[in-house]
Design a protein around this ligand. Structure first.
Ligand SMILES: O=C(O)C[C@H]1C=CC(=O)O1
Ligand SMILES: [Mn+2]
Length: 373
């Protein structure tokens, strides 16, 4: 029997972070997730999540705009449509709704979750099946206090939770950032992979000046050092060859991926399902990277458990995820909205068993953290 979409609901859920998360774009003290539930005539519910960083600080979609746009534009478009025809639904959305990649990703995730549940398979199975049962997970140090970050890195190593660290820099003067990285390097030793993320915080001139000092400190990867539109600049920094360059904000879907790949603007792509516009566009973006011999990294929008596990399903199907992932979002929050939290151990995130995304929402927690205004 054909299952028909009968309703789409959105809830904004606000959960505090375990500590302030300081980036060049914003300081976050809590995370706001838009949880999307797609209900169908056969009673199978699909869930998805759209999460941004600090309202409008990172990009053009906020939790509030995502909720409004899904309820006002996606919902009437999709209600009454066959729930299993995901490609047709994607075409319908593309024809009627421009941009709104985060909202699209949440809706698409919910459609895949429901489709997989109906088939009794996992979301990874819809993308060819998992190759990896666990994926490596980096942690971001971003408390803004060197001593706190040193202690945090040590704790993560002791707990065997993370042994790769991303450092958020570009908020302070470059010389101060160098001293900070040096302290972290001294504390963790030479064998630990340290990467930095500027979130576009530098001018191209600053990047030319400071890439070598970063390389001298053993920084393995430099993420989005300059403005996302300065693709020629990204290509020039990549061509310098001082340290591998990773694109993040410059990648808003497969077309951007093609532009960056054809101009050699990066050595590595950070793949984010929300920024790409959903699981399938993210998969398309990864195919472009693979064809261009650009390495892959599984990126996060500091998402909660639902979007994190959705991305993990997709990443688990990739033969080569050379730089691992940073799917740690749920661990940055003081509480979770799942009945069973995700399993982080042995420096990895374990893919859950079970159909669909393999996770269940805890309705009491949702009710507790839901924004009521
Ligand atoms: O990569 C970003 O820009 C966003 C995010 C990912 C990890 C983190 O700490 O911030
Ligand atoms: Mn980034």
């Amino acid at each position: 029997m054909t299952s028909i979409i009968i309703d789409i609901n959105c809830l904004i859920v606000d959960i505090p972070t375990i500590r302030p998360h300081k980036m060049s774009v914003a300081t976050m003290g809590s995370q706001s997730m838009v949880i999307v539930r797609v209900k169908s005539s056969d009673d199978v519910e699909g869930i998805g999540e759209a999460t941004t960083i600090a309202g409008l600080n990172y990009g053009g979609e906020s939790p509030e705009s995502i909720k409004t746009n899904i309820e006002t534009y996606f919902r009437p478009l999709l209600v009454g449509q066959p729930a299993n025809q995901i490609a047709a639904l994607r075409r319908l959305i593309a024809k009627n709704i421009k941009d709104n990649h985060f909202a699209r990703s949440a809706v698409e995730t919910a459609l895949y979750d429901a489709r997989a549940k109906r088939l009794g398979v996992s979301v990874a199975d819809l993308f060819g099946g998992r190759i990896h049962d666990a994926i490596s997970v980096a942690w971001t140090l971003a408390s803004g206090e060197t001593a706190v970050d040193v202690a945090e890195a040590q704790k993560m190593l002791d707990l065997r939770r993370h042994n790769i660290f991303k450092l958020k820099i570009g908020r302070r003067a470059p010389e101060e950032d160098l001293r900070y990285i040096e302290s972290i390097r001294k504390a963790v030793g030479d064998d630990i992979s340290l990467r930095v993320d500027l979130n576009q915080g530098w001018s191209e001139t600053q990047a030319v000046r400071y890439l070598q000092p970063l390389a001298d400190l053993g920084v393995a990867l430099v993420e989005q050092p300059i403005h996302f539109k300065n693709l020629d600049g990204m290509a020039r920094l990549t061509a310098l060859g001082r340290v591998p360059i990773m694109a993040d904000e410059s990648l808003r879907g497969p077309q951007d991926g093609f532009a960056l790949a054809s101009k050699h603007c990066a050595n590595v792509f950070a793949i984010k399902i929300e920024q790409a516009g959903g699981l399938q566009p993210a998969r398309d973006l990864m195919a472009i990277a693979e064809a261009a011999d650009i390495s892959l990294y599984g990126g996060t929008m500091l998402e909660g458990s639902v979007s994190t596990v959705a991305a993990a399903h997709l990443f688990s199907t990739m033969p080569h995820l050379e730089w691992g992932t940073e799917m740690f979002g749920p661990l940055l929050l003081t509480d979770d909205i799942l009945t069973e939290p995700l399993d982080y151990s042995d420096f990895t995130l374990k893919l859950p068993a079970g159909p669909g995304l393999g996770v269940t929402l805890d309705d009491d927690k949702l009710a507790f953290y839901a924004r009521n205004h």
